[in-house]
Design a binder for this molecule. Structure first.
Ligand code: ATP
Length: 483
């Protein structure tokens, strides 16, 4: 639903969640900034991920590695040689496209025209050519099908070329001394190169995991769908090191754990699905995506990959430093497992993409009542643990000491929760504003409060109001906002 997605994007801008980067200069494509409520929401979801990964799993510890890494890292990981997208340029519009996206869009068009078999055949042929890295025939397929440039409408195409997605820059000040380094395209490699450091210094025993949150950069050519695909984004990755041969059990276990986690954030089961990969990356022996039903269709939010010992083994080869673990435990024959390079199961999710999923899932337009009484409202049904603001405190009117009373409650509770104090405008407008940013509770101070120290608490989702003693507020809010 394109209209719905447009509404969500403009809601995000209008209510201080996400702005285009450097907007006064007309923005920078595929780069975004988070506003006051967006920054809070993003921080909350990162905190929840971090806590559920590290605190709730005794055998997972955290790491914060640098963005810049030794250039050989990306040689070992395979990114220098194969982190590519096949690109094609239209000679008339001079516009560059990802060849696969161009074909997929064409297939979607065929499908919309009532030719699903033709669309399917096209995608199948494309996948075969991509797998074989047959760029010549990939171009021929585009020409043969008459796939035209959406901009110029012509079929005047260049060759298909591989285009590396890594951003590079130089370290060192003098030209001759400078050497090329990359901005990391994934956080995972910071974990692999620190595997032994962490294992030894935190005294970890296999199986164990290392979790990390940090920025990653990819020179995505097809940058669209808002924060779904960005050039600068944040990843939350966890690499779980296991005894070789046990990786499939762990793969299944992490798939279930991660699926449960998404549901616990309030994502309905029917909006989530598992998509196993048919085509595996060079490092994987099993891989799946957890997909969410965005307004533009089911799309990946998280990847679970069984990466074998590919990464540690190639780092061992290139660095000539042993990446082995000594396992003192005994196998079924009473022999120690001894030295081996562990296998890895990884869970990898984009914080920004998760943010978008939560926004799409929370966005509600609602109409209640009839005729004169009819009212409509927009609100964000975010899990209270994620909501940027937990409660808003309003004095009904400013005079007669109500403002001071409300301010006292605000000052009392703001050590525990992110709160807003608001005294401007009608109370209805103040409620509406909090609905828009997803605040789960509004607390109103009225004349009764002055008499008996009770307030009304209004719930975002039901709009119900309840009278509670001021002394019960901390518990009332705290119960809901703890994840
Ligand atoms: P896609 O197929 O969508 O390009 P990918 O399979 O390349 O994604 P991974 O390399 O597995 O993605 O990255 C893991 C996660 O990082 C993804 O599930 C996604 O949530 C996030 N991610 C990857 N690329 C981007 C991006 N350009 N912008 C925002 N998030 C991203």
């Amino acid at each position: 639903d394109k209209d719905l997605f447009k509404k969500i994007v403009s809601h995000a801008k209008e209510y201080g969640f996400v702005y285009p980067s450097s907007e006064i200069y007309d923005g920078l494509q595929a780069v975004y900034d988070y506003g006051p409520y967006g920054a809070e929401l993003k921080k909350n979801l990162k905190d929840i991920w971090w806590q559920s990964m590290t605190r709730l799993h005794a055998n997972v510890v955290g790491l914060d590695a640098a963005i810049f890494m030794h250039p050989l890292t990306w040689k070992a990981s395979g990114h220098v040689d194969s982190f590519n997208d096949p690109m094609i340029d239209n000679k008339d519009s001079k516009k560059r496209y990802r060849a696969d996206t161009l074909i997929e869009d064409w297939a979607a068009r065929l499908e919309a025209e009532g030719k699903p078999e033709k669309a399917q055949a096209l995608v199948t042929e494309m996948n075969q050519l991509l797998e074989a890295e047959n760029l010549t025939e990939l171009r021929e397929l585009i020409v043969r099908e008459g796939i035209s440039c959406p901009l110029s409408g012509t079929t005047n195409w260049t060759e298909v070329r591989q285009f590396n997605l890594m951003f590079s820059t130089e370290v060192g000040s003098v030209a001759e001394d400078a050497s090329k380094i990359y901005l990391r395209p994934e956080t995972a490699q910071g974990i692999f190169v620190n595997f032994l450091n962490v294992q030894k210094t935190a005294r970890m025993k296999v199986p164990f995991g290392i979790a990390q949150i940090g920025k990653a950069f990819r020179n995505e050519i097809v940058a669209r769908q808002f924060i779904f695909r960005m050039r600068e984004f944040e990843q939350m990755e966890m690499q779980f090191f296991v005894r070789p041969g046990t990786e499939m059990d762990w793969y299944e276990q992490w798939r279930e754990t991660r699926l449960r986690w998404h549901k616990a954030l309030g994502i309905p089961a029917e909006s989530l699905r598992i998509h196993p990969h048919e085509k595996l990356a060079h490092y994987a022996n099993a891989a799946l995506d957890i997909e969410f039903k965005f307004p533009f269709g089911f799309k990946e939010v998280e990847g679970i990959h069984s990466r074998t010992d590919f990464d540690l083994r190639s780092h061992q080869e290139l660095s000539r430093k042993k990446q082995q673990y000594f396992d003192p435990e005994l196998d079924e024959n009473g022999k120690p497992y001894g030295n081996y390079i562990p296998y890895v199961v990884e869970t990898s999710i984009g914080a920004d993409r998760l943010f978008l999923m939560l926004l799409c899932s929370a966005y509600r337009e609602e109409t209640t009542g009839e005729g004169e009484e009819q009212k409509s409202r927009t609100y964000l049904k975010l899990h209270p643990a994620l909501a940027p603001v937990k409660a808003a405190i309003f004095p009904l009117v400013k005079k007669d000491g109500l403002a001071e009373k409300a301010m006292a409650i605000y000052n009392e509770l703001r050590h525990d929760f992110n709160l807003i104090y608001e005294e401007q405008q009608s109370i209805g407008k103040r409620y509406a504003r909090q609905d828009q940013i997803g605040t789960p509770f509004c607390i109103a101070v009225d004349y009764d409060t002055m008499e008996n120290d009770t307030v009304t608490i209004r719930y975002r989702d039901t709009m119900e109001q309840k009278r509670v003693p001021i002394s019960a507020l901390r518990e009332e809010i705290g119960r809901e906002v703890s994840a």
